[in-house]
Ligand binder design. Structure first.
Ligand code: HEM
Length: 449
């Protein structure tokens, strides 16, 4: 247990330690792009092993300061604390949104470029209403959404088109080809078939997300924001059957709900789901024993309209554990909070660095291995915080829709086919999984059996 400081406040890191956290944790994650990834920086971060440095930095602080939490030596107006202990991580996630609000100030500044009234950056009754709406639309407690069979059908159609293209390219599949297909799937699932080819909508959102990467340093694109919302609203008014837009039209709203500020999150958050799918494909290509288990599941289940595909879901969760697409989960304290080592001031930004918990090789035997069974055997990781979708009352309400769409995409790409990494030794070079896997330069050779 860590000691209380003389002031009764949670201890603070030194200036040098704070600068080291900035250099090893905050700057690389911000540079990679918090709201939309910058592919070149992701490639550089992979080569330089920056994600490992971030984990090691927090491990060092944990060894020196114990369980923490640890305040960074930042200006008083912007206090920030690191969570270093699994119990504390569970506490922060479970005690959301009071006293640990999801509406943390840096997150607010980033999301205000395209969804200022989103649940995640709202608080109090407004957050409660918007969270209720998202949970209902996304049917967050159902393993498979009521529209799951339709989503599976959309994935099948688009995957077939992609596989025809792959055949024309001598079996080669790269990120660019996959991304085009993925964006079509996302627009059809969220807005309906009418939006299938509306790449312009995706591009407008990308422009706004790029501004979001710069948070308060970017003046914003008011024109693009208006055009994007106008276009989005035409699809929401249409409420096409078989898409989430139909659910949005069906679920009750009040003046507070602001569906058009919730839906950009649905569209943009499917982006990391595509990254996780491509990485999961790489994991399976590099682990033939696991690929075989996946093939058994596909053969036994894919004839049903909307099977859960538990094994493939576990592979996706492993992809997200090894390379979390939301590495920094942030909360902001709404009041003073008490810890074993002292008091933390109100309005403190609290950082949970997902890779620090997901890949803590001091505690988890298989921290750096691909181990889907971690997700298949309940209790395998005990109370250890695994937070690819965050956790507690702020958990991602879209996680099950995501797992349906991504597992079906994997199933359709693999059904009756063999998938090899190109070059084949990209992940096999060591049995330990790399700290980061750049999805943008992954390529595969796909062949029918
Ligand atoms: C791999 C894909 C995804 C991952 C890893 C992911 C992860 C997360 C995480 C970590 C949060 C919490 C963020 C925070 O506390 O700051 C979150 C929130 C949220 N996600 Fe996802 N998400 C994904 C995809 C989606 C999709 C596709 C949808 C909708 C269709 C969605 C809907 C939401 C919503 C509405 C929230 C806000 C929840 C709240 O206000 O409490 N997510 N997601």
């Amino acid at each position: 247990m860590s000691k209380e400081s003389d002031t009764g406040l949670v201890p603070s890191a030194t200036v040098a330690e704070t600068l080291a956290v900035m250099g090893d944790v905050l700057v690389p994650n911000i540079a990679k792009g918090v709201i939309i990834r910058r592919p070149k920086v992701v490639g550089m971060a992979e080569k330089l092993g920056l994600d490992k440095r971030a984990i090691e930095r927090l491990q060092k602080l944990n060894e020196k300061y114990g369980a923490g939490p640890l305040m960074l030596n930042t200006p008083d107006s912007r206090p920030m604390a690191l969570i270093l202990d699994p119990e504390h991580a569970n506490r922060v996630l479970n005690e959301t949104p009071e006293p640990f609000a999801t509406a943390e100030w840096a997150k607010r500044k980033a999301l205000e470029h395209f969804e200022p009234e989103m649940a995640l950056v709202s608080h109090g009754p407004e957050r409660a209403e918007r969270r209720r709406f998202n949970e209902e639309v996304l049917q967050s407690e159902c393993p498979v959404h009521g529209l799951g069979a339709r989503f599976a059908q959309v994935v099948e159609q688009e995957a077939n088109e992609l596989l025809a293209l792959v055949e024309e390219h001598d079996g080669k599949l790269d990120w660019e080809m996959f991304e085009t297909t993925w964006n079509r799937v996302v627009r059809r699932v969220v807005l309906g078939d009418a939006a299938r080819d509306d790449q312009a909508l995706t591009e407008m959102l990308e422009t706004l997300r790029s501004a979001g990467n710069w948070a308060f340093f970017h003046p914003g694109h008011d024109r693009v924001q208006d055009d994007f919302h106008e276009r989005l609203c035409t699809y929401l008014e249409l409420g096409e059957e078989g898409s989430l837009a139909a659910e949005i039209a069906r679920v009750a709203t009040t003046d507070t709900t602001q569906p058009e500020h919730q839906v950009p999150q649905y569209l943009f958050a499917f982006d990391p789901a595509g990254m996780a799918t491509f990485r999961a494909l790489a994991l399976l290509a590099a682990h033939p024993d696991h690929a075989e288990r996946a093939q058994v599941e596909i053969a036994e289940n894919l004839q049903q309209p909307a099977p859960t595909l538990d094994y493939l879901r576990a592979c996706l969760l492993e992809s997200l554990r090894l390379w979390p697409t939301t590495p920094m989960v942030l909360r902001q304290t709404t009041e003073e909070t008490e810890w074993e080592n002292g008091t933390m001031p109100a309005e403190t930004s609290v950082l949970l660095l997902a890779p620090y918990f997901h890949r803590d090789d001091r505690v988890l035997d298989n921290a750096n291995l691909f181990d889907p069974d971690l997700w298949l055997q309940p209790g395998e990781a005990g109370n250890w915080p695994m937070m690819p979708f965050s956790g507690g009352p702020g958990i991602c309400p879209g996680r099950r829709v995501v797992l349906t769409v991504t597992s079906h995409m994997l199933a359709r790409l693999l059904q009756g086919r063999e998938c090899e990494l190109n070059p084949p030794d990209r992940l096999l070079s060591s049995k330990l999984m790399p700290p980061l896997l750049n999805n943008y330069d992954l390529a595969f050779k796909i062949r029918a059996y």
